[in-house]
Design a protein. Structure first.
Length: 160
């Protein structure tokens, strides 16, 4: 179980960091279309994290607080990087773009997690009852909903 437990804990830590990032971005974009997309995604990311915790429990694993703290710490460093022009991407638009790309990459990683768990479920009865195919489709939907805002920010950040 060691490899699987570590893998799931990495994803659980990533979910904690993604939630913080989505909350920060949503707070900044509260009144915009992007803010509304982020609010909906945040609810789903929290639900996905809860499913992952149930999967871990079903498999007899437990959350690793060190991995979670490390991921949240890295997200905080990323936030600081965006706030300091010397360390950051050069403009607030580019910073916002990079944040959405990090969030999008995290969602893609989660999609791959659900795919792996769906494959494992065929040979591990403890995973029966989880809708991994549905979760994978939801992750695809999350990326699709985020993509127009990412492209809009890219145009604003990288034009001319």
């Amino acid at each position: 179980m060691g490899g699987l437990d570590g893998y799931l804990n990495d994803h659980l830590a990533g979910a904690a960091a993604a939630i913080r990032l989505a909350e920060r971005c949503r707070a900044r974009e509260a009144e915009s279309g992007l803010g509304r997309v982020l609010q909906a995604l945040l609810v789903e990311i929290e639900e996905d994290r809860d499913v992952l915790q149930r999967v871990m429990k079903a498999l007899g694993g437990s959350a690793n607080p060190v991995k979670r703290a490390s991921a949240v710490g890295m997200e905080r460093l990323g936030s600081l990087r965006m706030a300091l022009p010397v360390l950051g991407p050069g403009s607030s638009e580019a910073a916002r773009l990079e944040e959405l790309e990090v969030l999008s990459l995290g969602i893609e990683g989660k999609r791959m997690l659900w795919n792996v768990l769906g494959t494992l479920a065929s040979s591990d009865g403890r995973l029966v009852g989880f809708d991994f195919a549905g979760l994978e489709l939801r992750a695809e939907s999350q990326r699709r909903r985020l993509e127009p805002s990412r492209l809009e920010l890219a145009a604003a950040a990288l034009a001319g």
